[in-house]
Design a protein around this ligand. Structure first.
Ligand SMILES: Nc1ncnc2c1ncn2[C@@H]1O[C@H](COP(=O)(O)OP(=O)(O)OP(=O)(O)O)[C@@H](O)[C@H]1O
Ligand SMILES: [Mg+2]
Length: 230
């Protein structure tokens, strides 16, 4: 069974008198263990697509199955629980809780799930993985953009999700920091987590096993590493 099965997913927005199709009948199958990059121009529908994949946004039509479970038919509570436990999502332009330390920001999803276990050990482990152990007691305002991005990635991983989804996690970062974040995704993927990211064309090259391109709400496979350009 596919981890994610997307069928004819569509989102229409109202624009005054008209409707605008932001995501247009997109179908996609994601097998467990894949590393998928989605590229595409600003406004092409990438974030809208991810928000529907993660159950945050209701589609106009079409369906999303996560591990065989239809998101559409899930009661809100169950959907929240599934999302918190099994999907790690780093949305675009996400903001940290300013009054919480880095350590507590990372631990947050664990407490939302009322789980049992060694959360502090897990959070420390993840902060070490993303290279920020030394900043655990700092507050978000004291971190650089790249450091903050890595905090969100650690936070998205705290409940050991089946899939990590990130929306432009390298935007606004300098070349070196962007490369570090991409290498981090590569390591996360190597430990068995399925990865799906929206990213820039250059960052997508050399990472992952599939590159897809979103164009005016339509999603198409880029067959080779050269294809993303153009
Ligand atoms: N809530 C909304 N209401 C109306 N239109 C919207 C809404 N959200 C997004 N749109 C429109 O849908 C289109 C797709 O937006 P989306 O945020 O998915 O693009 P994107 O590919 O993520 O762009 P970017 O690379 O700039 O983040 C845009 O033209 C946007 O203006
Ligand atoms: Mg976007």
């Amino acid at each position: 069974m596919m981890l994610l099965e997307v069928d004819q997913l569509t989102k229409e927005y109202r624009r005054g008198e008209n409707t605008f199709t932001a995501v247009d009948h997109v179908s996609l199958s994601v097998a467990a263990g894949e590393f998928i990059s989605i590229i595409g121009r600003s406004g092409s529908g990438k974030s809208t697509f991810l928000n529907m994949l993660t159950g945050l946004l209701k589609p106009t039509s079409g369906s999303v199955f996560f591990d065989g479970i239809s998101l559409e038919n899930l009661p809100d509570d169950d959907l929240s629980r599934l999302r918190n436990a099994r999907i790690g999502y780093v949305p675009q332009g996400v903001s940290a809780l300013a009054n919480f330390s880095v350590f507590d920001n990372v631990r947050l999803p664990f407490f939302l799930d009322k789980r049992e276990g060694d959360i502090s050990g897990r959070a420390s482990f993840l902060l070490e993985e993303v290279g920020l152990q030394h900043l655990a007691d700092m507050y978000p305002a004291q971190l650089s953009g790249g450091e903050l991005r890595r905090v969100f990635i650690a936070r998205a991983l705290v409940n050991s999700p089946d899939i990590l989804i990130a929306d432009e996690p390298t935007s606004d970062l300098d070349v070196k920091s962007a490369a570090e974040v991409m290498q981090l995704f590569s390591r996360i993927h190597q430990t068995g987590t399925t990865v799906l990211i929206v990213t820039h064309e250059l960052d997508a090259l050399g990472f992952g096993n599939r590159v897809l391109k979103m164009d005016s709400g339509r999603l198409a496979e880029c067959l080779s590493a050269e294809a993303p350009f153009g």
